[in-house]
Design a protein around this ligand. Structure first.
Ligand code: 4AZ
Length: 236
């Protein structure tokens, strides 16, 4: 997270750290006791579930909370089709159910009927880099406040650097300086709709971090309601 603030997990109790061995790899969001949403590009390095674990319920990615193994990973079958980074979403089934508490809670999924009100604040959280050159993740969870950016403008700015599709959304700040960054991938972008916090985005990609012309690009969760329902059916 660039241009944000340290926080504690009770303010973002849906946030998890997805780990490979003992290394923080990505963020993710709890959506049910045994289900976590993340980015497909986070689970492509290895696809065997035994190689991943998640940590939930801790402000520090490396210690505390609940450390839970993974039963199944289901990346979107059309990831990178027809353009790079499209359909950057994956469902993770946990080996054992999470026990909800002040620090472990699911986040509601936004659906097509949910609209991001004009000028509303979006919050993104994670243990990712504070600067472009940082290699190690942050020890403690951070967040920042963003605004949704105009889709046409965002798509236009990215011409030549990447394809912004209708299943993606752009969020940033008009003058730059605030963004998700490396290590935040897979993590949640949330906002409140009629007083309820909902998941609208999954950290996916961007050109660098916190550049005014290149806002962060997020998987548009409202486009995946059907995919999620079908995928959940497969699990049962
Ligand atoms: C990354 O490399 C990454 N500024 C995550 C988010 C953004 C850029 C890169 C968005 O994981």
């Amino acid at each position: 997270i660039v241009g944000g603030w340290e926080t504690t997990i009770n303010y973002f109790p849906h946030q998890i750290s997805l780990q490979i061995g003992t290394r923080h790899a990505c963020g993710g969001a709890i959506v049910a006791p045994t289900l976590v949403l993340t980015a497909a590009h986070c689970v492509l390095e290895y696809h065997r579930p035994e190689q991943y674990v998640i940590r939930a319920g801790s402000s520090e990615w490396s210690t505390g909370g609940s450390y839970i193994h993974i039963r199944r990973i289901i990346p979107h079958s059309q990831f990178q089709e027809p353009t790079p980074m499209n359909n950057d979403i994956a469902l993770i089934q946990l080996a054992t159910p999470l026990v909800y508490s002040e620090n472990i809670q699911p986040i509601a999924l936004a659906t097509k009927q949910d609209k991001i009100a004009f000028a509303s604040q979006l919050f993104v959280s994670g243990w990712g880099s504070k600067t472009l050159t940082q290699i190690q993740p942050e020890k403690r969870l951070r967040y920042t406040a963003l605004k949704q950016q105009d889709q046409t403008q965002c798509k236009h700015n990215y011409q030549g650097a990447g394809t912004v599709t209708p299943t993606m959304l752009c969020a940033g700040s008009p003058f730059g300086g605030r963004d998700s960054c490396q290590g935040d991938s897979g993590g949640p972008l949330i906002t409140s709709v009629n007083g309820q916090l909902k998941l609208f985005g999954i950290v996916s990609w961007g050109l660098g971090c916190a550049h005014a012309l290149y806002p962060g690009v997020y998987t548009r969760v409202t486009e995946y309601t059907d995919w999620l329902a079908e995928t959940l059916n497969e699990l049962n």
